[in-house]
Design a protein around this ligand. Structure first.
Ligand SMILES: C[S@@+](CC[C@H](N)C(=O)[O-])C[C@H]1O[C@@H](n2cnc3c(N)ncnc32)[C@H](O)[C@@H]1O
Length: 186
């Protein structure tokens, strides 16, 4: 399968699909953190390039429920609209199978995106003893089944002190979730 992994700089989901024998390519405005097939640029420009599946991780800062109060306090409504429009284009791309992951959205985001998510997953369901609710919007793909339910549900990344790596680590996909996507959807 030709798999586009949109908005991914880590290469984690891309490499999980490659390990299962797929022709997977990541795309991000940033370079890939590790070597592998990667397109550095705007993913909207390559959505029509004949992909069989897309897994996307669009920016969540203005869409997620945890940041909703900043919309009013900092007048970020235009940013919200830009982020939701970008998300909408991914969700409505003409690609047969699509999964988009993002944290729990606030009500304005759901309204602009056009629909609620299909599933919520947690890292602790996939071998990582941590909590981080992650929503999946799915097109022609089944819900992701837990692969390894673990003990210890501490939100390690939430407790990390601020630093230049915190944002990167917070947004990087968990390996167990990437492996489950490749195993169950690939
Ligand atoms: C929340 S991060 C996702 C990181 C991902 N989970 C990973 O493991 O690499 C969102 C990413 O979307 C990228 N992005 C934003 N706009 C984009 C665009 N138009 N085309 C491609 N990537 C974009 C950002 O550069 C950022 O790396």
């Amino acid at each position: 399968m030709r798999v586009l992994v949109a908005c991914e700089f880590s290469g984690i989901v891309r490499d999980a699909f490659i390990a299962k024998g797929h022709d997977a390519v990541s795309c991000d405005l940033l370079p890939s953190e590790r070597p592998g097939p990667h397109i550095q640029g705007d993913v909207l420009e390559i959505l029509d390039d004949g992909w069989d599946m897309m897994i996307a991780h669009p920016p969540c800062t203005r869409l997620c429920n945890s940041g909703v109060r900043w919309l009013e306090e900092r007048n970020l409504w235009d940013d919200l609209e830009d982020s939701a429009t970008f998300f909408w284009h991914l969700l409505n791309a003409k690609i047969p199978k699509i999964a988009i992951e993002n944290p729990i959205p606030h009500k304005y985001a759901v309204m602009l995106i056009g629909r609620k998510y299909d599933q919520i997953i947690q890292p602790w369901q996939f071998g990582h003893g941590e909590t981080k609710a992650t929503c999946l919007w799915l097109k022609a793909l089944p819900n992701l089944k837990p692969t390894n339910i673990t003990e210890g549900r501490e939100a390690r990344i939430h407790k990390m002190s601020p630093g230049k790596d915190r944002g990167r680590l917070r947004s990087t996909t968990y390996q167990g979730i990437a492996d489950a996507m490749a195993e169950q959807w690939g």
